[in-house]
Ligand binder design. Structure first.
Ligand SMILES: [Zn+2]
Length: 283
């Protein structure tokens, strides 16, 4: 095997170790009586695989590093870097498909405006929920409430906190999720990849459940899809935010879906008192 050092030799047009050494240290021509290349101990793998100059300077044998670590360790470090980059790249691709929170979106628990007692209670429940998940107890969460009460903000706070803790997090609007499903009709490979990814996240947050269904003829289709989606998340944590209360939600996504969604689930409801969403289902 040609060592990296030998190729440096060739490039510089020197054939002997001494020539290169004196090229770098012209002032050593006087004092150095002998110079050779030796394999010395590599500080990383502790084998005698690292090249160094060993030279005799005015009667003392000295050593000068050619490389900080041996060639094998250099290769290994490079492979590791490439591996880490690949993992990051793959993660970026998955995030691009599943994590729809902009990097500059700073919605968190700290900047959540809990101006009403309901909002304060909701925030407390949400932080307790995050703690449970971090203790390794998967659980669902239905976050229902009137628009503008901070549901999405809270769900983003949950997503960002858990992602920061190293969990695999998806955050996607229900509408986008269903557009994804529609775009995969007849494409089994895409469907399988979707199911694998969807089921593997530690937590999936589906924002604005119910808005995916605005046409009456889509109701039955989406309610069936909801049952399958929820089943894919068995044993994992899923957060559903919605403008609908439980009874209204049954009409939008089906009673069976709501019942499955409610298994092992925490519920946070932030409704302003005079609001009834049932009348706004279709418009
Ligand atoms: Zn080494």
């Amino acid at each position: 095997m040609v060592s990296a050092f030998e190729t440096v030799f060739e490039r510089l047009g020197v054939r002997k170790v001494e020539d290169l050494f004196f090229k770098i240290h012209p002032d050593y021509v006087q004092g150095v009586s002998e110079v050779r290349m030796e394999n010395v101990k590599c500080p990383r793998c502790e084998r005698n695989t690292k090249q160094a100059w060993v030279y005799c300077y005015n009667g003392d044998w000295l050593q000068e590093n050619v490389w900080p670590i041996c060639h094998d360790c250099e290769k290994l470090a490079h492979a590791k870097d490439v591996g880490i980059q690949l993992i990051q790249k793959r993660q970026d691709v998955v995030d691009g498909d599943w994590y729809y929170i902009d990097a500059d979106d700073k919605a968190g628990f700290k900047n959540f405006e809990d101006v009403t007692p309901e909002a304060t209670a909701a925030k407390e429940k949400a932080t307790a929920y995050v703690k449970e998940l971090l203790e390794g107890k998967p659980k669902n969460l239905r976050l229902s409430g009137t628009p503008g009460t901070g549901k999405t903000h809270l769900s983003k706070a949950i997503a960002r906190t858990l992602k920061h803790q190293g969990q695999k997090v998806a955050f996607i609007e229900s509408k986008k999720l269903f557009n994804k499903l529609k775009s995969m009709f007849g494409n089994q490979v895409a469907q399988e990849r979707f199911e694998k990814q969807f089921s593997e996240f530690d937590i999936v947050i589906i924002d604005d459940v119910g808005v995916e269904t605005r046409k009456a003829d889509e109701l039955s289709w989406s309610s069936g899809e909801w049952v399958s989606l929820i089943d894919l998340r068995k044993g994992k944590s899923t957060v559903y935010t919605t403008n609908f209360d439980k009874e209204s939600l049954k009409k939008v996504i089906g009673a069976r879906s709501v019942s499955r969604m409610s298994e092992n689930a925490e519920v946070i409801e932030i409704f302003t008192p005079d609001h009834d969403y049932r009348d706004e289902l279709f418009y």
